[in-house]
Design a protein around this ligand. Structure first.
Ligand SMILES: Cc1ncc(COP(=O)(O)O)c(C=O)c1O
Ligand SMILES: [Zn+2]
Length: 411
């Protein structure tokens, strides 16, 4: 793979400190240098562990600051071992934008980290860049993912760049432009009925006997490692002493929240971070299993019945690693909040008109959540908050989404 000098693509070790995979549920360990899905003992998610003792935190952080502005600057804490295996489209280091004080949230300083400009238009590029690179390293020829759309698009693009065979499974009704783009990247697209839950189950059944490796959210250990870079970047871009008090994140499968939390823990363990921002999970009122589990103080996330929302990436009624999502929110002192589809569409309008930001409905949900978080006292005057804008809105018609809500209300 061609790469910038000193960046991805050159032969030679990355310096990755990856030592093992481990299961947080049953403490089983797995060999990271063989392909691994879920924990072989209990079926939960496996997570990468790194030998931090061999890294001098402050010296490493200073060195990182001088590297090219992609997520590979954090390569010691990413799983890819040889630079030759890095599959890159230049992902990472998205801008943090100041929105100042916004209507509906007086007294708050609001900033936004905008991943809409990443390759394929969403933060999914982070996870797929790392997972596909690692799949190349482990010699996996065929990759598949069930996805609401953005992860499919990202896998299709990175798979094309890596010359891997890719199959994506998407719910019927996924934006036709997105399906067409997946095909343009050379992926095989299979459209199936139901939400991500049903599509995921059907995809895994169809692939069981085949050669395809499953890149479903948190059912393999490396996409979440790519998402970790969201947290590294926030700390690097704002500085450990000027972090936001809170980060508001649109939550579907939860890799973003889990990934950011993992980043903060790693930086704390390296002596680089003393205080964590509070993490808030935003979900639509029509599919809010994480918010409900937080409100009811449950140890895990129960499936949401009859899910419905205009935000495809948030239509995840039964997130696979619910306990890990709850852990990230609770350990940081954050919380959960549900927003209506109508407020999401209104937030898309305001972000475009007043701030020049065209964002996906999932991303707009973070802005829509501000008034309720202020009303509830979760966000207090004088505090600063960072909205994580996970994807571009360029493929969406705001008026089309508004009409679909109207049609649903009338039916
Ligand atoms: C634009 C967008 N935002 C947010 C999400 C939810 O992501 P997570 O799995 O990190 O909760 C998705 C998932 O598809 C998405 O496409
Ligand atoms: Zn286990």
């Amino acid at each position: 793979m061609a790469g910038a000098p000193g960046g991805p693509g050159e032969a030679g070790p990355t310096g990755s400190r990856l030592v093992r995979l481990s299961c947080r549920a049953c403490c089983a360990e797995a060999d990271p240098d063989r392909p691994q899905g879920v924990c072989a003992t209990c079926g939960s998610a496996l997570f990468a562990e790194y030998d931090l003792a061999t890294l001098d935190g402050p010296a490493w952080w200073r060195e990182v600051a001088g590297r090219p502005p992609t997520l590979w600057r954090y390569r010691e804490l990413l799983p890819v071992r040889d630079r030759r295996n890095i599959v890159s489209l230049g992902e990472g280091f998205s801008p943090v934008l100041d929105l100042g004080e916004v209507s509906g949230a007086p007294g708050l300083r609001v900033r936004a980290k905008d991943d809409g400009g990443l390759p394929t238009g969403s933060f999914k590029a982070r996870g797929m860049a790392v997972a596909v690179s690692r799949a190349v390293e482990l010699g996996l020829p065929t990759l598949f993912v069930p996805s609401a759309g953005n992860a499919a698009l990202a896998l299709a693009a990175y798979g094309a760049r890596a010359h891997r065979s890719v199959r994506v499974y998407v719910p019927e009704g996924t934006l036709p432009s997105l399906v067409a783009s997946c095909r343009a990247y050379g992926a095989e697209v299979r459209s199936l009925p139901g939400t991500l839950r049903e599509v995921g189950a059907a995809a895994r059944a169809a692939e069981r006997a085949g050669s395809g490796f499953d890149l479903s959210t948190l059912r393999e250990p490396y996409r979440v490692e790519g998402k970790k870079t969201m947290g590294f970047e926030i700390v690097e871009q704002l500085g450990p002493d000027r972090l936001p008090d809170a980060i508001v994140y649109p939550t579907g499968g939860g890799t973003g929240l889990v990934g950011m939390y993992r980043a903060f823990v790693a930086l704390r363990d390296l002596g680089l971070l003393a205080r964590f921002p509070r993490l808030y999970a935003v979900q639509p009122e029509g599919c809010a299993p994480v918010v409900r589990a937080l409100r009811e103080e449950r140890p895990d996330v129960a499936p949401w019945e009859a899910p419905a929302t205009i935000a495809p990436g948030l239509l995840v009624p039964a997130p696979f690693a619910g306990a890990r999502i709850l852990e990230a929110v609770r350990a940081t002192g954050g919380g959960g909040i549900a927003v209506s589809d109508a407020s999401i569409v209104e937030a898309m309008r305001v972000l475009a008109r007043d701030h020049g930001l065209s964002v996906a409905p999932e991303a707009a949900a973070t802005f829509a959540a501000l008034p309720a978080l202020v009303d509830r006292g979760d966000l207090r005057p004088g505090e600063s908050v960072l909205l994580y804008l996970t994807g571009t809105g360029l493929a969406f018609s705001i008026e089309g989404l508004a009409a679909s809500i109207g049609a649903r209300a009338g039916s």
